[in-house]
Design a protein around this ligand. Structure first.
Ligand code: FAD
Length: 512
């Protein structure tokens, strides 16, 4: 097991955590609250990664947060749901997740800095055990004053961050509130240190055990000892074009939603270099991405109007599908990309969907990422799809809107579809006719919320070798690890919820 040469340590800790997303900070807090001296290493200048951009929905079944909200959920019904979706693959990790989810929520809320509330959001698949009220909760907003100077370290919302505009006024909300609250709790333990601008590059191995890390900083490489263990929770490799190509991950680094330059797979490579196994490497948490004028993409969900067509000018799926399922439809067959969202002027020139970051119609029209035309035929010319096909698609769709039944893709029949639909007298509020010119077409590419393939781990987050043995001292969680949910995205908050649970279990294992 070759690692970096045996070091003279620059600093010593009990636990070294690489990354500062929700999983990393949950692990760090668990360690520090348990009396372990812990350091969080963050490669960029800001904390929180994609977790800070997120809606901070945390999918943890059977918790006190749901009980408070009067939601009848249980570990058992979540087991039925996950088993229906995932089968028996990864059953041991699924059971570990289910058994520990309530404990994690309880542990976190015991800290005065952390408070959650239930948020209704349907699970993503019609399967036994599904809960339409959802199993996720979100953090309460956090007044910036409570964080003091630390507030400036939390990554701002995606639109402001991409423009370099900082946080703006008001409390930290959603992903920023989650990161802010975990950070506050961590720092308040008195056992926690945070180093930004410190990128883990190598793992130090002594006598077959990972005993520390090497990190690149502005002032050179540092070597940090980890007496109890190293937790790698530093995102996936969505931002690394070469690694994506090597593993055949569809989409591009530019279209991914992770902060620019952040998640480039360094910890996965460092662990692989000492014999760690990887899995699910072609996978990501997918989503449709509205193409942006700057060449990047915007995570788009909750379509409440319009329809999507492929290069032949035909619909290919229920546009209201949960975003990961829609992303998978986009790559299910060649010729579906670039797709276009066709919509009319009833939305006042705004996209009939939630899109982050949002850009004004004028910016899109100027850049050509959207086009506008007085007739559907002219619109078809502008996006290069057959005129007749587009006209026929819209006519057929408008017929469905009149009857309320989408005979082709059943849009509006699922509670998730209706969750985002506008108020309407129409027979099916998810089927909104397109009849108000001018018409718009927005280019839609395949985006992702991060890759979900990575290091193979056991139920305690221990990183495994190719022959299934744990590497002593080395743990992984979040998108650095291969997800227990395989090729499915079961419900809102699974990426963050599972990152938090497995980071928590990893640190509990270190402390044993
Ligand atoms: P991240 O949160 O991206 O954190 C990784 C961190 O590690 C980054 O800060 C990065 O800079 C750092 N890092 C990388 N390399 C190194 C290194 N070598 N050394 C040190 N640090 C390093 N998921 C949900 O579950 N619920 C939601 O509500 C939700 N909403 C979303 C909304 C949006 C707009 C987006 C974009 C995503 C959303 N997601 C949501 C997806 C979710 O945010 C991510 O999949 C998840 O946060 C990834 O967590 P992570 O800890 O693996 O990585």
């Amino acid at each position: 097991m070759p690692g970096a040469p045996t070091p003279a340590w620059d600093d010593e800790y009990d636990v070294v955590v690489a990354g500062s997303g929700a999983g990393a900070l949950t692990g760090a807090l668990t360690a520090a609250a348990g009396g372990l001296r812990t350091v969080v290493l963050e490669k960029t200048a800001l904390l929180g990664g994609t977790s800070a951009y997120s809606g901070a929905a945390v999918w943890l079944p059977g918790t006190q947060v749901q009980r408070r909200a009067g939601i009848g959920d249980s570990t058992e019904s979540a087991r039925v749901y996950l088993t229906a979706l995932l089968g028996e693959a990864e059953a041991d990790r699924r059971e570990a997740f289910l058994a520990t989810a309530p404990e994690v929520a309880e542990f976190l809320e015991r800290d005065p800095a952390i408070e959650f509330e239930s948020r209704a959001f349907p699970d993503y698949f019609p399967a036994p055990g599904r809960l339409d009220a959802g199993r996720s909760f979100v953090p309460l907003d956090l007044p910036a004053e409570r964080l003091g100077d630390l507030a400036a370290l939390v990554r701002p919302p995606v639109d402001r961050d991409r423009d370099g505009r900082g946080h703006g006024e008001g409390p930290l909300s959603a992903g920023r509130a989650l990161i802010g609250r975990l950070l506050l709790a961590f720092v308040n333990t008195g056992n926690g240190a945070v180093r930004t601008g410190a990128a883990l590059t190598r793992l130090v191995v002594e006598d077959g055990r990972v005993t520390g890390v090497e990190a690149a900083t502005a002032t050179g490489a540092v070597r940090l000892r980890a007496r109890e263990g190293v937790l790698l929770a530093a995102g996936g490799f969505e931002g690394d074009a070469k690694m994506r190509a090597a593993h055949g991950v569809p989409g591009t680094a530019e279209w991914s939603m992770a902060p620019a330059g952040a998640n480039t797979g360094d910890p996965i490579r460092a662990a692989a270099a000492i014999g760690a196994a990887t899995g699910l490497m072609g996978e990501a948490w997918w989503c449709p991405g509205v193409a942006l004028p700057d060449g990047r993409a915007a995570f788009t969900l909750g379509f409440h109007g319009g329809l999507m067509v492929d290069a032949s000018g035909r619909r290919f799926a229920n546009e209201s599908l949960p975003y990961d399922r829609m992303g998978r439809e986009m790559i299910a067959e060649p010729g579906r990309m670039p797709a276009h969202l066709i919509f009319d002027s009833r939305f006042g020139g705004r996209l009939p969907a939630i899109s982050l970051p949002g850009r004004r119609a004028e910016e899109h029209l100027e850049a050509g990422t959207w086009v506008r035309a007085g007739t559907l035929e002219e619109l078809a010319e502008l996006i290069g799809v057959p005129r007749e096909a587009l006209r026929h698609t819209v006519e057929r769709f408008n017929g469905f809107a009149a009857t309320g039944v989408d005979e082709d893709f059943h849009r509006g029949e699922d509670p998730y579809d209706r969750f985002f639909a506008g108020q309407s007298e129409a027979p099916n509020p998810c089927l909104v006719p397109l009849d108000t010119p001018p018409y718009y077409a927005a280019r839609v590419v395949l985006s992702d919320l991060g890759t979900k393939g990575g290091l193979r781990t056991d139920p305690d987050g221990r990183v495994l070798t190719g022959d299934g043995r744990p590497i002593p001292g080395l743990y992984a969680a979040g998108n650095t690890s291969a997800s227990f949910s395989g090729r499915r995205y079961p419900g809102p908050g699974v990426p963050i919820g599972s990152a938090m649970v497995f980071a928590y279990r990893a640190v509990k294992d270190m402390a044993r």
